[in-house]
Ligand binder design. Sequence first.
Ligand code: ATP
Ligand code: MG
Length: 474
Amino acid sequence: MSSARPPLADPRHDAARRRLAAVPWPAAVLAALERLRTGGHQAWLVGGTVRDALLGRESDDTLDVATDLLPAAVMERFERVEPTGLAHGTVLVLLDALRLECTTFRREGAYRDARHPDHVEFTREPLEDLARRDFTVNALAFDPLSGVLLDPHGGLEDLERRRLRAVGDPVARFREDALRPLRAARFAATLELEPDPATRAALGRVADRARLVAVERVREELMKLLRARAPSTGIELLREAGLLELWMPELQRCFGVPQNRYHAHDVYLHALATCDAAPAGKDAVRWAALLHDLGKPDTRVERRGEGTFYDHQFVGAELAGVLLERLRFPGELRARIVHLVREHMFDYRPRWGDAALRRWLRRVGEDAVADLFDLRIADVLGTGLESAFPAGLEQMRARIMRLVAEEHALSVRDLVLDGHDVMRVLGTGPGPRVRAALEALLEEVLDDPSRNTRERLLARLEAWRSEAERAADA
Ligand code: ATP
Ligand code: MG
């Protein structure tokens, strides 16, 4: 355990205290803290709430609060509560637009399963509670009512020096809860902190325990990591620690796979650079960027001293699906990412007519178009070469967006007639012929959207019927 500092009246804390005091904490939060404190109890803002306020980062709408009140007592003091993690002493208090994650001061017992302490012991001592927290920058407590700030592990100085340091002995702390190395990678990337040497070295000492961590927690950390400005720093930490191998072996296998003259990086570093270049707010694009070339190691064929990777997008889509399934991604998000990986190789020639563009648009789907362009642009930026940006891509994007805006028919559902019309005119019942006829009509409409009128389409059906009748008579 690092040496505890006097919690109060450290002059170096003045600036931080002023900064925290100047935050416009919502009145509802201050009122809730007052209510927790009634009867001589304690309530502090802690964790990410204090850290992010000091960094001037926007936090989400869940504030971290620590108190000496037991969970049952917390629940009694508020009308709207959810006992989200009672066993660990956590109660979610619902205020109007905000939520407080209220955790009773804890000191922890031994860990057997590398994720949950065997027992949780509550304490009335805030410093004991701060000592069980993962990183010094997360082990700060602030009371906005009195302006008192607790920093027993040097978190303020670490924040100032942009250093990520475990509280206490990093090896022991990581081995007792193997989610912490992942949180370290996440914080290093999202907060742009540099792990201190001992913390960094300890990251590689938990791979044998990491399997015990619940995969949902792993996924949540990775999702947060991929929202960083540059996720690559965190992913590199995971690779160095042997943890990438564990959770994303398909990506690990790209490491050191050489490419060709179109790339400055190997496949792995290109994936990281593409991920960094993709828009941070779009989860599906970020993940697709990270995974888009997973098929390259399996499809690599050397021609004249250079790598070729024919059809890697199809192999990659399969592998991305496997990886995302392992991490138990929600089905819809997984499907979107896999689709982007499969379609990421689209090509464009300016001489393509609108019909060709409409066919492409139909295949990839209107919903995926904007994401695909984001991915493609990130892919180009991720080559690490200064090569001229493909002008055609912008032209294609502009043309596609115009086609989308024109709302032309792109699927049989957009045709102005339906299966009933087809059955009536062709005189057939339901079956594959109906679908085939609709598809054929759509092909004609894709060539020329002005053909999508009832009159024209019915006339085409009539013509097909007479043709079929003549063929039958012959
Ligand atoms: P964010 O909310 O932005 O994801 P956070 O640091 O607030 O980041 P939470 O999961 O909300 O993360 O946890 C709140 C606080 O609880 C942390 O700041 C840290 O002090 C403590 N904490 C969370 N998870 C752990 C853990 N696995 N080991 C030790 N302390 C933890
Ligand atoms: Mg938090």
